[in-house]
Structure formats: structure tokens, C-alpha cells
Design a binder for this molecule. Structure first.
Ligand code: IPM
Ligand code: MG
Length: 370
């Protein structure tokens, strides 16, 4: 198969971690007999510096004409005082919208090897396996009007949280469909005691839930969900929520499983899927070679699974990651006191090695399914 990709390194640690993910993709492609074709394009602050546009037309065209997009991160404090449309983040938000990527899947899985990394007691966190389904194109992120207006000292800022029934319906179906393949439980998170958007959300999710009698649906207010996520993370299977609540809860889930550096994501629903680690650009550690590339590498696994339907290849990358963690490989975010930290590159190299080591089994699998 031809795996045709656009790589958007972006800002901060983005380029370093995506480089390792690309090497892992290459190893998986070699192992399973696929071909990778890729082009690299600027986005975010990197594109602002080069073209004064956080999503240049050329970058968007490249994304739209490829099979999938792998992105590192956007965000650079140098642009903090720019107007909204000239911030790095605006490039990512526009890209999500242009790609029609309304469903953001953010798995938070606890690796048994990382018991010492979670701030939670092992008996609380052990077995955590959550799939956050975050609506990605609605809510306050995109709602109009939005503005800051008025004279200095008396300015007023406005954002609009907005959801249509159809938007809620389609993301709810994604969550229920995923739950059918998992532990058949959906926790819908809202703030229906305060927000109209959430009341409509709850009503629509309940209606869609009737089409999935085998799935247990529960509703939680976001404040309570935040507490339960640290108190009893294993109670959650699929978490279905709107854009901003999903942004917040997914970072929290990263903390629960030991490091945000491990979290991967897939943004799907449109013609081209977008894959990115959840962690962001982390400018404080950029260029030091210490960032954790596993979030990007696991995003690459999601890319193989969701955009190319290469399940065995995706599983191979995922088991390579748990394998190297089991052998004690730790980047600085995971090292703690008991381990010596290895570099971004070294972590990538070990995953590549583990993927290549599975070559025999990989080829067998390809032949069987061919
Ligand atoms: C994320 C990030 C983005 C978001 C930012 C960079 C726009 O925090 O992917 O979680 O808020 O969606
Ligand atoms: Mg975020």
C-alpha cells in the first residue's frame, strides 16, 4: 500500500517528536511491505515566521491531497500578543475545520510498566483504559460572535458556545460506535445544570443512545467528571464531550496515566484524518532533545489504523511502545528517581528497533491477509 502523508512539524517540540514518529512509520512500512511518501509543510508559528499565515494555502492543499496528516504541535509565546487570527493556534483550528475533522479521539491508557509515574496509587490507576471522544469543530472554539471591544479599561470580551443538533448527533454516534467495540459504556460529560448547549447535548445524546441498547449511557456534569477521573479512572470507558471540556479533561487524563507526553490523538470524520500528540509545543524544553516522542509515535499508530485500516501495523507499533516501556526506557517526563532518562532520539530508535524485531511476524500477517 502507498501511505501518502503530509507532515506538519509545527512549533516547539513538534518537529523533534514527529521526526521520531516518521522513523517509526518508515520501520512499520518496511516491515509490512508498504511504501511511504511524504511531504513536509509549515504550520503555526513556523508558518507565521515564514509566510505571516499560520496555515499557508500551500500547506492546506498538501494536507487535502494526502491520505493523512501527522502534526507535531503549534504554539509559540513569541506570538502571544498577535491578534487571534495571527496566532499559531489559529492555523490548527482552521486546519481541523478545513479537514472536517469533527471527531477527536484521545485514548488514555495506563501502561503497567509506568506504575511509578502516575501520581495516583497503583490500585486506583491500574487498568485505566479511557477513550475520550471530543467534539472538535463546535462550541466556544468556533462559535460566533467573538470579540474584544470597547475602550481600554472598559473592554468587554465575548465568546459564543454554540451547538446544533446535527453536530451533537454525529459525534454521539462516533462515541457509541466505539463503545460497541470496547466495554459498552458511554459517559457523556456536560454542564446541563447551567448551559443551554449542554441541555441540548444531553437530550440529543440520550436520543441517539436509544439506537444502541447494548451500550450503558450515563451523564455527568463536567466538574463531577473531573473529580471522578482521578478518584476512579477505571470506571470510565468512552467519555463523550464537547470541544472545550474535552480539551481540559484530556490533559487531565494524561496526568492520570503518568504523562501527557504519552497521549495520542486522531481527528477524523472528514476526508483526510489529522493525527497529533495531545501534549502541545512545550517551548520550555524545545530543542533540548528530551521531549517524549511516544505521544507522536502512538498518533502515528492511530493514523495507520484509522486512515489506512492497517490494524496489524498499528498494533505492532503500539506493542513496540509498551515493549520498550516494559524494558525501562524512559524520557525525562517519565524517568523519576529510579530511571536514567534517555533522549527523544534514543526513545524513537528503541521503538524502531522493536518494530523491526517483529519483522517475521509482521510479514506472516501481511501474507495471511493478502
Ligand atoms: C489541543 C490543544 C489545542 C486545542 C490548541 C493548541 C489550539 O490544546 O489539541 O488539545 O485547544 O484544541
Ligand atoms: Mg489541549
Amino acid at each position: 500500500m502507498l501511505i501518502n502523508l503530509t507532515i506538519l512539524g509545527g512549533d516547539g517540540i513538534g518537529p523533534e517528536v514527529t521526526e521520531q514518529a516518521v522513523l517509526v512509520l518508515q520501520a512499520a512500512a518496511d516491515t509490512f511491505g508498504h511504501q511511504i511518501q511524504l511531504q513536509r509543510k509549515p504550520i503555526g508559528g513556523a508558518a507565521l515566521s515564514a509566510a505571516n499565515d499560520p496555515l499557508p494555502g500551500d500547506t492546506l492543499q498538501a494536507c487535502l491531497s494526502s491520505g493523512a496528516v501527522l502534526l507535531g504541535a503549534v504554539g509559540n509565546p513569541a506570538f502571544d500578543h498577535n491578534p487571534g487570527h495571527l496566532r499559531p493556534e489559529a492555523g490548527l483550528l482552521r486546519l481541523r475545520r478545513e479537514l472536517g475533522a469533527y471527531a477527536n479521539l484521545r485514548p488514555a491508557v495506563f501502561f503497567p510498566a509506568l506504575e511509578d509515574c502516575s501520581p495516583l496509587r497503583p490500585d486506583v490507576v491500574r487498568g485505566t483504559d479511557i477513550m475520550i471522544v471530543r467534539e472538535l469543530l463546535g462550541g466556544a472554539y468556533f462559535g460566533q460572535p467573538r470579540s474584544i471591544e470597547g475602550a481600554p479599561g472598559a473592554r468587554v470580551a465575548v465568546n459564543t458556545m454554540r451547538y446544533g443538533e446535527a453536530e451533537i448527533e454525529r459525534i454521539a454516534r462516533v462515541a457509541f460506535d466505539l463503545a460497541m467495540k470496547r466495554r459498552r459504556k458511554v459517559s457523556s460529560v456536560d454542564k446541563a445544570n447551567v448551559l443551554e448547549c449542554s441541555r441540548l447535548w444531553r437530550e440529543v445524546v440520550t436520543r441517539i443512545g436509544k439506537d444502541y441498547p447494548g451500550v450503558k449511557l450515563g451523564h455527568q456534569y463536567v466538574d463531577s467528571a473531573a473529580m471522578l477521573l482521578v478518584q476512579r479512572p477505571t470506571d470510565f470507558d468512552v467519555v463523550l464531550t464537547e470541544n472545550m471540556f474535552g480539551d481540559i479533561l484530556s490533559d487531565q487524563a494524561g496526568g492520570v496515566v503518568g504523562s501527557l507526553g504519552l497521549l495520542a490523538s486522531a481527528s477524523i470524520g472528514g476526508p483526510v484524518g489529522l493525527y497529533e500528540p495531545v501534549h502541545g509545543s512545550a517551548p520550555d524544553i524545545a530543542g533540548k532533545g528530551i521531549a517524549n516522542p511516544l505521544g507522536a509515535i502512538l498518533s502515528a499508530a492511530m493514523l495507520l489504523r484509522h486512515s489506512f485500516h492497517l490494524e496489524a501495523e498499528a498494533a505492532c507499533v503500539e506493542s513496540a511502545v509498551s515493549g520498550v516501556l516494559a524494558q525501562g526506557a524512559r524520557t525525562a517526563d517519565l524517568a523519576g528517581k529510579a530511571h536514567t532518562a534517555i533522549s527523544t532520539e534514543e526513545m524513537g530508535r528503541r521503538v524502531v528497533e522493536a518494530v523491526r524485531a517483529s519483522a517475521g511476524t509482521g510479514r506472516d500477517r501481511t501474507e495471511r491477509t493478502a
